[in-house]
Each structure stands twice: as C-alpha cells, then as structure tokens.
Write a protein that binds this ligand. Structure first.
Ligand SMILES: CC(C)(COP(=O)(O)OP(=O)(O)OC[C@H]1O[C@@H](n2cnc3c(N)ncnc32)[C@H](O)[C@@H]1OP(=O)(O)O)[C@@H](O)C(=O)NCCC(=O)NCCS
Length: 176
C-alpha cells in the first residue's frame, strides 16, 4: 500500500507505506530515535525502558510485527528515514486494535500522524473489520485530542499493568 501524505508546511513530502521485512533496520533505527527523542516519562511511552526498546528492536521482534496474519505495521518516510510508525493487531473478527502510533519529536503536529492513521484504517476496512479501538494513557491529552478529532469516540477507562506499573488508560473506538 502507499499513500502520499498530505503536507501543508514546507517539509519535504512524507510517504506512507505498509512495512515489510525489508524495512527491519529502518524500523529499529526509528524506535531508538523516537525513544531517545521522547525522553523518560513521555506520554505514549509508558514502561518503555532501554531494555524494553532493546527487546522490541531485535530482528525477530520486528519481523513478528510486520505483515503477520494478525498484525500490520505502517511507516511514514521522509526520504530513507522513518519519521513515524503505526501498528495494528487483530482483536476479534470485527475489531482491530491500533496498538501503537508514534511520530518523531521534531515532526509532531505537522500532519504526519493523520495519513498514517488513515492508512491503518483503510487497510482494516479493506480486510472487513468493523471497528478500530485504541487505548492510550488517560493523561495523554495530545493523543486523546488526535483520536477524538479523527473519528474515535470514548468507550471506557481501564487500568493495565505495563512493565510492572499500573497505568490508567482511556479506550476509544472508531467505526470503520
Ligand atoms: C498522537 C500522535 C501520533 C499524533 O500525530 P501528529 O503527527 O502529531 O498528528 P497530526 O499533526 O496529524 O494531527 C494533529 C492533531 O492532533 C491533535 N492535537 C495536537 N496537539 C494537541 C494538543 N496539545 N492537545 C489536544 N489535541 C492535540 C489535534 O486534533 C490535531 O488536529 P488539528 O491540527 O486538525 O486540530 C503524535 O502526537 C505522537 O506521536 N505523540 C507521541 C506518542 C503518543 O502519545 N502516541 C499515542 C500513544 S497511544
């Protein structure tokens, strides 16, 4: 898949593609850059220690997340650099979960997250899913604002253990 992203600033064009196994090194570099750029305790990074990022960026861990039967990953590229990623996982026959979406710190608020989300939505719709759900930290105002203005409505709040810490989460759902 591949959509041209909508850029209304002077940034060079950002392109969205679905990730495949050729992209493993670029994805690993992205995760490290995104994690370092966000800093400790950043919204959206609950439980993400250096050890966790190390585990997430092994070739096997990334391979398991791209193009598997129940998982999809989407990348926003600026040239050969991945500047944002989104990942989905099948929850049940009707539902796909957006399990992650992250834009690099220096690209936030520039319209990169929107085409990435829409690529994930388009893919899930094409596959016949009826709804997309997402959980985010209840205090992550930027992400909550993003989801609400992109068609997601509130569903429930819940508490989950993330890497040994109890986190309050808001769950939102978008009909596809
Ligand atoms: C959430 C995220 C993916 C959005 O991507 P983005 O590229 O910044 O989003 P876009 O520029 O496409 O859209 C911006 C929208 O976000 C919302 N938004 C941005 N800043 C906001 C803020 N401070 N408060 C509330 N809403 C905000 C607005 O709805 C805005 O849309 P508008 O410009 O039409 O009003 C990005 O902010 C991010 O990576 N955050 C850090 C990681 C994270 O928290 N991920 C979600 C974990 S579940």
């Amino acid at each position: 898949m591949g959509n041209d992203a909508d850029q209304n600033s002077s940034d060079s064009a950002v392109i969205v593609t679905e990730a495949d196994s050729e992209d493993v090194a670029a994805i690993a570099a992205f995760f490290w850059e995104a994690w370092r750029g966000a800093g400790p305790d950043a919204p959206g990074w609950a439980g993400a220690s250096e050890e966790v990022i190390g585990e997430l960026t092994t070739v096997d861990a990334i391979q398991a997340r791209v193009g598997g039967p129940d998982r999809r990953m989407f990348l926003a590229w600026s040239g050969s650099r991945v500047v944002a990623f989104a990942a989905t996982r099948t929850e049940d026959d009707r539902t796909v979960e957006l399990v992650g979406i992250v834009v690099l710190q220096d690209m936030l608020g520039r319209g990169v997250g929107t085409p990435l989300l829409e690529s994930a939505v388009h893919s899930a719709t094409q596959e016949g899913f009826e709804r997309m759900l997402v959980k985010t930290e209840a205090t992550n105002e930027r992400a909550l604002g993003f989801y609400r203005s992109r068609g997601f409505g509130p569903s429930r709040t819940l508490t989950e253990e993330v890497e040994g810490t109890s986190i309050e989460l808001a769950e939102l759902i978008r009909a596809l």
